[in-house]
Design a protein. Structure first.
Length: 371
């Protein structure tokens, strides 16, 4: 059993090393004409001054298409201030699909004839200046059909926030293969031709998760989905313990309600690691514990290097807080990960953005506003 444990830990280290070694060195960008960046915002959006400043600093030009329900004063103010750079679309209230999906479908209907490249982002990210140009590079060069970055959570404070960040950091630095890539709606791009081929508006109809829907549709159509490994996009993480737990469970419930097989595979891998840690701590002896901690510290060292290579200095300081969990209690990260995965399949209700959605096979079967 000790040799199995050693092999398992060695593989986890090699996986992170593989990710680090495959970080692009040149990080080429493209800046074609006909780029539209689509952003769905809630009615209580504050205008995202920092986000807008970061978008205006992008190395590739685009038009910003803001999708709202039609009652967002900050979006109206931004359009009045920025003029033609901002296009506003009012989707109205969703009745039988996720509110974000409802707004994105309205944005797709509002596209102009010369819109050739579609970039999707979330309002809670801190995009680097290369974000748009890097997402466009594989599309313009014909190397991919759907391109994605990956979220890297930045815990502001608190042990629980850094624990959630540690779990996400594990996922963010897994080796990524085109055949097993699922896009993230916070930083994703595709061509207009691919959107038309997928009939994207119809594919999203009645759904709750935008990125899971697009990813699964891309798989079925045998499209080339490509990750941009150096686009680990910073996203601040803060809130009460209950909020952070809900966040983690919601992410996996999206997966489970769209593809139980994908959830099962991910949970099985984590369960093996969690059970192995239980054996090492309970019966493996000091050698097994030493192997586990040696691997954990090795992974943390490589991840520290990756964080420094892809994030801005201030962002990197926050992201590195999560490494402490892998160094002090790596088993806790694995067990917390498994607990969240298990909780995700205990219900088909997803609370998101002030609404309680009931979901079956990715489709919204009921929705109700919650206080």
């Amino acid at each position: 059993m000790l040799w199995v444990w050693f092999l398992l830990q060695a593989l986890t280290v090699l996986g992170v090393v593989n990710y680090g070694r495959n970080l692009p060195k040149d990080r080429k960008e493209e800046a074609p004409d006909g780029v539209v960046l689509i952003l769905s915002v809630r009615d209580d959006w504050d205008g995202g001054d920092e986000l807008i400043a970061r978008l205006k600093a992008q190395s590739a030009p685009f038009r910003l298409l803001l999708a709202t329900s039609g009652a967002c004063p900050a979006a109206e103010a931004l359009r009045a201030r920025e003029g033609d750079w901002v296009q506003l679309v009012a989707a109205g209230m969703a009745q039988d699909e996720g509110r974000k999906v409802h707004k994105l479908r309205a944005a797709l209907r509002a596209l102009r004839a010369d819109d050739r490249y579609l970039v999707f982002i979330d309002a809670d990210i801190e995009p680097p200046t290369r974000l748009v140009g890097r997402l466009l590079f594989p599309l313009v060069r014909g190397k991919a059909d759907i391109v994605t970055g990956y979220r890297l959570l930045l815990p502001e404070s608190g042990a629980v926030a850094t624990l959630v960040g540690a779990v996400e950091l594990q996922l963010a630095t897994l080796p990524r293969f085109a055949s097993a890539t699922m896009p993230w709606g916070g930083a994703m791009a595709l061509t207009r031709a691919v959107a038309d081929r997928l009939d994207l508006g119809a594919a999203l109809a009645g759904r709750l998760s935008d990125d899971m829907t697009i990813g699964l549709a891309g798989w079925r159509a045998q499209l080339r989905l490509r990750p941009v490994r150096d686009l680990l996009v910073a996203s601040p993480l803060e809130g009460r313990i209950a909020d952070l737990l809900d966040f983690g469970v919601r992410q996996y419930r999206h997966i489970a309600t769209n593809s139980i097989g994908m959830w099962g595979l991910a949970t099985g891998v984590v369960a093996v690691q969690a059970a192995a840690w239980a054996w090492a701590l309970g019966w493996g002896g000091w050698i097994a514990v030493a192997i586990g901690y040696g691997a954990a510290w090795s992974r943390a060292l490589v991840r520290r290097s990756i964080i420094g290579a892809v994030l801005e200095p201030k962002q990197a300081v926050k992201a590195r807080r999560s490494l402490l969990w892998d160094m002090v209690a790596p088993f806790a990260v694995t067990w917390a990960h498994l607990a969240v995965q298990a909780m995700a399949v205990m219900s088909n209700h997803i609370r998101w953005g002030g609404w309680d959605y009931r979901v079956s096979r990715g489709r919204v079967t009921g929705m109700q506003r919650v206080p």
